[in-house]
Design a protein around this ligand. Structure first.
Ligand SMILES: [Fe+2]
Length: 318
């Protein structure tokens, strides 16, 4: 006798029940896969747009310098770069960065440009936050290409109101316990007229020399001069998106050679440390992946002749 049952108006044959069930399972699995993929994509987008861009990292870098005077041994320099306040980066992230910077107990703070992104007047909100750092040897700034493209004057004035000088092709000699420290800055390399000779004109011959230059690729010229010990730069944002085994997907003009981290450049018998900071803020598209925003602490140390250089990247000057 044939086993056949009727359900409603459709006839159900138990012999084919497994086919119906497996089709239903397949549809369910497919829907589950689509939902999981959408959730993963949403989580991924949430991570690159909301989590990593606000996930500040403190980088600590030792800088060995031959014949470093004892008074400068252990000198602590904090660098903040590319804050790009508004609209993608808010004041709260800048406050967090300043708080982390203060926790490093810096002797000196270097601000390497691109404070703003869309409006030069954003500096009026940012400068008082930066000024809270108040290190014993002062805070110094250079401008970035975005200040140049907007209007550099209100940015410089905004910083000056809080006693933060902008060093455009000039430097300042600081006496530190009988030792000489020279802090210099270059004009923006993209839209200005950087002049290293002018910037170093007042440098005492024996001064340990720090140069701030927004664009890192200017270092090829710096190392040929031979008088600078450490160049601090930003501008690259590290590329904002870095893939394992690939590196940065996109880098701006003048940050394509030295895109992040510490480099040792040499020219003749001289050498230069270059550090390219990944910055704090973002440009459009406002995302970061594999490239956390950073607050960087440098500690100067005496370089023992023949000793190993600290871990980091190295590249010959071209
Ligand atoms: Fe820049």
């Amino acid at each position: 006798m044939r086993a056949e049952q009727t359900f409603g108006t459709r006839r159900f044959d138990p012999r084919f029940a497994h086919r119906r069930l497996s089709r239903r399972r397949m549809l369910k699995a497919l829907a589950g896969g689509v939902i999981a993929s959408a959730a993963a994509a949403a989580a991924g987008y949430g991570y690159i747009s909301h989590i990593e861009p606000r996930w500040l990292q403190v980088e600590r870098v030792r800088i060995p310098i031959p014949h470093l005077p004892e008074a400068l041994e252990g000198l602590r320099i904090v660098q903040l770069s590319d804050i790009h306040l508004y609209p993608y980066t808010d004041l709260d992230l800048a406050r967090q960065a300043v708080s982390l910077a203060a926790a490093q107990r810096p002797d000196l703070v270097a601000l390497t440009g691109d404070f703003v992104l869309k409006s030069a007047e954003a500096i009026d909100d940012l400068a008082p936050v930066l000024a809270q750092l108040n290190p014993r040897l002062g805070i110094y700034a250079v401008l970035g290409n975005h200040e140049m493209w907007l209007d550099p004057a209100p940015v410089m004035a905004g910083l000056a109101r809080f006693s933060i000088p902008t060093l455009i092709n000039r430097g300042l000699h600081l006496g530190v316990g009988g030792a000489s420290l020279y802090v210099a800055g270059l004009d923006d390399g993209w839209s200005g007229h950087p002049d290293l000779s002018l910037a170093l004109a007042g440098r005492p011959a024996d001064a340990v020399t720090l140069l701030m230059a927004h664009e890192p690729d200017l270092a090829d010229e710096t190392v040929r001069d031979g008088r600078v010990h450490l160049q601090l730069s930003g501008h690259s944002h590290g590329g904002q998106v870095r893939l394992p085994g690939v590196g940065a997907l996109l880098l701006p003009f003048m940050a394509r050679k030295y895109d992040q981290g510490l480099y040792r450049l040499t020219s003749g018998s001289g050498g230069l440390w270059l550090y390219t900071n990944r910055g704090i803020g973002v440009n459009n598209p406002p995302v970061r992946f594999g490239c956390r925003p950073e607050v960087t602490l440098f500690t100067l140390m005496h370089q023992v002749p023949g000793s190993e250089v600290p871990p980091g990247q190295s590249a010959p000057a071209s």
